[in-house]
Ligand binder design. Structure first.
Ligand code: ATP
Length: 455
């Protein structure tokens, strides 16, 4: 490397302006640091940082990036304790242009000519903090237990149980038909738990192809196989570290993955694909399913030992047809969230319309109710939602004898009805419904999406 003196001399013009400087070599080990920088970092006078990796002394240093890319970062702001400093980082290259290291300068914040940029930075940071706080508040209300609507005895009991679950840290299993709000409850448990500040990461077992599940959960080491990315890919376990991993449709987890999954839960560590090192992970598992797991254990498609691991705390969410007394409250709340014309004050639903909704079987539960109300809102000539509007918004199977418009619509209606019937017959179990209809799971999911049922 060009001698340190040479490098510093090259920047001598800046000497009066900078308040500290550091040089690292091609391995980003510190080779020189001036006295003022040592004072700024509050290093003990007898402490010698020379030869140490730069991040050991300045954890957020970007000098490594400068060395790796060979490109300068001319203007940046770095925090030291509660103060901000302007920093400038430049690569040092030999005559042939190869990077030999990098030099970093620190400028104090009271330098007049830097004041405009620092003011702007501070204002932006305040805005960011405010936006983040608003987002957290929004998330908390969106997923708090109070956003789970219902006042029936069944729901009161359910909420009391969920509150208790939130206080404990064991794995939880949420059982219930499709659209009953299992994911909403998983969020609420996370939000009320000590892990609320940690991540909430969701994986839908039925939506990820089996071949990709392992990489999805455990991650991939860089260059693990031909065609693998150069950079490591984090798995969902790692992403959920310190928080909650939500496994939707756990009943659809393939047997091969079940064994690996169980091992991770037992050992508390993961090994990425193609890697030979293990990482400790701290994750709470919340699983949900609309399937009968005990029946799956009996037919050997679900491991009993995994079941006992995830079913430490179990809660059952009642289907909508078992809590019809909540219908009026649900309609009122869901309609508040339903789009309305700008000049309209709010939706009014008549008691006859609510009674009609109470009579429906609701195989798709609250999700289906939300869809029906949205359709009704689009059909309603005014803000009053009466029985007539609701009748037209309910799925066609409930309205025999209605004229159909063309073959395509008739076929779509029939398909939709067949799906709803299959869901009802299987108690909302999607895999079983798909089997009954003779379509694959992924085809079934695609159809649910197309018909606005489920997902
Ligand atoms: N009790 C409830 N109160 C308010 N909204 C609800 C309630 N139950 C369900 N919903 C709404 O219904 C929709 C489906 O809910 P969610 O995804 O939590 O159901 P799920 O049981 O996880 O469904 P699936 O098994 O199909 O994944 C969401 O829009 C959710 O907000």
């Amino acid at each position: 490397m060009a001698s340190i003196e040479e490098a510093v001399a090259a920047f001598s013009l800046l000497r009066d302006f900078f308040e500290g400087a550091i040089i690292v070599d091609a391995q980003t080990r510190i080779t020189w640091m001036d006295k003022r920088y040592r004072e700024l970092l509050k290093l003990a006078p007898d402490f010698d940082p020379i030869g140490m990796p730069v991040e050991d002394i300045i954890p957020h240093s970007l000098l490594r990036r400068v060395v790796e890319t060979g490109r300068p970062i001319l203007l940046d702001i770095m925090n030291f304790d509660d103060r901000q400093f302007v920093v400038c980082r430049i690569p040092l290259k030999d005559a042939a242009g190869a990077v030999e290291g990098a030099i970093g300068f620190v400028f104090y914040d009271n330098v007049d000519y830097l004041a405009p940029i620092l003011d702007k930075f501070e204002a932006l940071q305040k805005q960011l903090t405010r936006a983040q706080a608003a987002l957290t508040r929004e998330r908390q209300t969106k997923y708090s237990l109070s956003s789970f609507i219902g006042q029936s005895e069944a729901i009161k009991e359910l909420k009391a149980m969920v509150r208790r679950f939130a206080l404990r840290d064991g794995a939880a299993l949420i059982l219930g038909e499709t659209g009953t709000g299992k994911e909403l409850l998983a969020h609420a448990i996370h939000q009320q738990s000590d892990r609320a500040d940690g991540p909430f990461v969701a994986v839908n077992m039925a939506a990820v192809p089996e071949a990709l599940l392992e990489a999805e959960f455990f991650g991939v080491a860089p260059g693990a196989y031909t065609g693998a990315e150069k950079k490591a890919r984090q798995g969902k376990f790692e992403l959920a570290h310190g928080g909650t991993l939500f496994l939707d449709e756990i009943g659809d987890m393939p047997l091969g993955i079940q064994a690996k999954f169980l091992r991770v839960l037992q050992e508390g560590e993961i090994e990425a694909l193609g890697s030979n090192t293990v990482k400790k992970i701290d994750v709470r598992i919340i699983a949900a399913t609309s399937q009968d797991l005990e029946a799956k254990i009996a037919d050997k498609s679900f491991r009993a030992d995994l079941y006992y691991r995830v079913a430490v705390l179990t809660v059952h969410v009642p289907p909508l047809r078992e809590r019809r007394e909540d219908m009026a409250l649900l309609c009122e709340t869901l309609l508040e969230q339903t789009m309305r014309a700008a000049d309209q004050r709010g939706w009014v639903i008549t008691p006859e319309a609510v009674a009609l909704l109470q009579d429906h079987a609701w195989p798709g539960n609250v999700r289906e109710l939300r869809n029906v109300l949205e359709r009704a809102a689009a059909l309603a000539p005014s803000e009053v939602m009466d029985a007539g509007v609701i009748r037209r918004a309910l799925p066609p199977g409930g309205r025999p004898g209605l004229p159909r418009q063309g073959l395509a619509n008739a076929m779509a209606d029939t398909e939709r009805q067949a799906i709803l019937d299959a869901l009802q017959a299987t108690g909302g179990q999607k895999s079983a419904a798909a089997l009954r209809l003779g379509v694959s799971r992924s085809q079934f999911y695609e159809k649910l999406k197309r018909h606005n049922i489920g997902l």
